[in-house]
Design a binder for this molecule. Structure first.
Ligand code: GUN
Length: 291
């Protein structure tokens, strides 16, 4: 069993981007500028956004963090988004999800200028991705495709089972994995919370991409010998023995599957760090994608 080291690959990608930024600056241009809007104080979101901003600094991007209070009216958030749309200094921005319940996520995503939508969540960009047109690919699925590519994992004609159908991971990765190309060209099955007997599908999978959010969900009884496992789960599980009071767990029971799988992404240190690297890559590409 080989470990797919997302931390190492993400560092490589960040180094590649850093070198490109140095080239941009040496030609007298300004570096890319990424902004992030964070609404409220959700612990996990604070961590993720903090990491995104820190990574910008590491690689020479400019960054702006817009922190808004939990009870901000939706109209104020939409106004802030319009400001970022109109600000020529900002190449791309994200609104960290999830949002508080009084805010309509769909309205928010539609308000973002598709040319600055480095998350690739706007319907225009999602549609372009589905049609295999050049656009921003959502960072987590983009990171998974990059790991498959860099580890030269054969996906063509393979049976890929995606667990979960979220707009951020399951749905887009299912589209990318059956798009023409390599990685891609897979035969894809999507299973989800209403699927009857998930293991009937996972047992026949050559590649499993799990984005369910249930710790230790996938075990050795549900897989076949030699399967490639991509674990997108990042659940915080209470653990009083840990200084933070919790540990991060994936969807996959690592100890159980490790003797059967051929490749596996660990949690943490697998897909997670790739998400940030690919968001930075999208930001770097944003000038190229402007229509
Ligand atoms: N919440 C969890 N993942 C993501 C992501 O990739 N982008 C944004 N904006 N919010 C998220």
């Amino acid at each position: 069993m080989k470990i797919i080291d997302g931390k190492a690959v993400s560092n490589l990608i960040k180094d590649e981007i850093k070198a490109e930024v140095e080239g941009i600056i040496s030609k007298g241009h300004k570096p890319p500028h990424l902004a992030a809007i964070l609404v409220g104080e959700d612990g996990a979101s604070l961590t993720y956004v903090g990491s995104k901003v820190r990574s910008c600094k590491q690689i020479g991007f400019n960054s702006t963090l817009v922190k808004l209070s939990e009870d901000i009216p939706e109209s104020e958030l939409l106004k802030k988004i319009q400001e970022l749309n109109d600000n020529d200094d900002i190449d791309g921005f994200i609104v960290q999800l999830p949002l508080p319940r009084h805010i309509n996520e769909e309205k928010v995503l539609l308000a973002i200028d598709p040319n600055k939508d480095v998350d690739g969540f706007h319907p225009t960009n999602f549609g372009k991705m589905a049609l295999n047109m050049k656009t921003f690919i959502p960072a987590t699925p983009y990171g998974i495709m990059e790991l498959l590519k860099r580890y030269e994992i054969d996906t063509v004609g393979k049976h890929t089972v995606v667990i979960g159908r979220s707009h951020i991971v399951g749905r887009p990765i299912s589209i990318l994995m059956n798009t023409k190309g390599s990685p891609g060209d897979s035969t894809v099955t999507v299973v989800h919370s209403r699927t009857i007997n998930i293991e009937e599908f996972t047992k026949n999978a050559d590649i499993i991409i799990s984005a369910l959010g249930i710790p230790d969900f996938l075990n050795a009884n549900m897989i076949k010998e030699g399967v490639v496992i991509i674990d997108v789960g990042i659940s915080r599980v209470k653990d009083d023995n840990h200084p933070k009071g919790y540990v991060i767990k994936g969807d996959v029971d690592f100890e159980s599957v490790k003797s059967k799988a051929s490749y596996i992404t660990p949690v943490p240190g697998g897909v997670g760090p790739m998400t940030i690297a690919m968001l930075l890559k999208n930001t770097l590409q944003s000038r190229e994608f402007k229509s």
